[in-house]
Design a protein around this ligand. Structure first.
Ligand code: AMP
Length: 213
């Protein structure tokens, strides 16, 4: 099964993707995580991506498509995978369809995570992230067991540079301008499943499971 998780930053795509990884054993393909890893490793691609990411802009379609094209060819993607944060533009969605078609595969479902902007700002501004294992916490609603420390790997949590107030509003406007048209793209293919993602993570998880069943 190939799933696309579509939705604004802070809508819970990463959280749900991680649950699906555990439940179904499909890998999570997060272009954001791939780019942050490239930045941490100091690769030329990472250095180029950082200037866009730090100001909340999208990296070029060719970079994002190249990352996914390489990743979906790996053996662990054979039984299915979860795309989190890709595609983010119509050209990316079209490229994905072409990449998969060459392999005789296709996107099965695109889940649209619906959350209003006010709630997204609240979530993103309080979000704390583990730079090592990419786990996410929230200062009010999902506190780690030990203050500032990742429950899973013990690394020190950070606030992502793009979770600052100024960059959050830029990322939301980028989402509305470039990514939200993808809902129509998948609706036309009869693949769109819209979810009320303001609910608790458990309820969203149940809604996804019910839809997949
Ligand atoms: P995310 O972790 O998905 O919120 O992504 C963080 C940042 O990485 C975004 O604000 C973009 O700058 C960049 N990024 C991640 N995925 C993509 C993509 N598919 N296309 C373009 N830029 C991306």
């Amino acid at each position: 099964m190939i799933l696309v998780l579509l939705g604004p930053p802070g809508s819970g795509k990463g959280t749900q993707a991680k649950r699906l990884v555990k439940e179904r054993n499909w890998p999570q393909l997060s272009t954001g995580d791939m780019l942050r890893n490239a930045i941490a490793e100091g690769t030329p691609l990472g250095l180029e991506a950082k200037t866009f990411m730090d100001r909340g802009a999208l990296v070029s379609d060719s970079i994002a498509i190249g990352l996914v094209d390489e990743r979906v060819s790996r053996p662990d993607c054979e039984n299915g995978f979860i795309l989190d944060g890709f595609p983010r533009t119509i050209p990316q969605a079209e490229a994905l369809d072409r990449i998969l078609l060459k392999k005789g595969r296709k996107v099965d479902w695109a889940f649209l995570f619906e959350v209003d902007d006010r709630e997204l700002v609240r979530r993103l501004s309080g979000r704390r992230t583990c730079p090592k294992c990419n786990a996410m916490f929230h200062v009010d609603t999902m506190q780690p067991k030990r203050d500032g420390i990742c429950d899973h790997c013990g690394a020190k949590l950070i606030q992502r540079p793009d979770d600052s107030a100024e960059v959050i509003s830029k990322r939301l406007s980028v989402y509305h301008d470039w990514t939200s048209p993808l809902a129509e793209y998948y609706r036309r293919q009869d693949k769109l499943i819209a979810l009320d993602a303001t609910r608790a993570a458990n309820e969203v998880n149940q809604a996804i499971s019910a839809a997949l069943a």
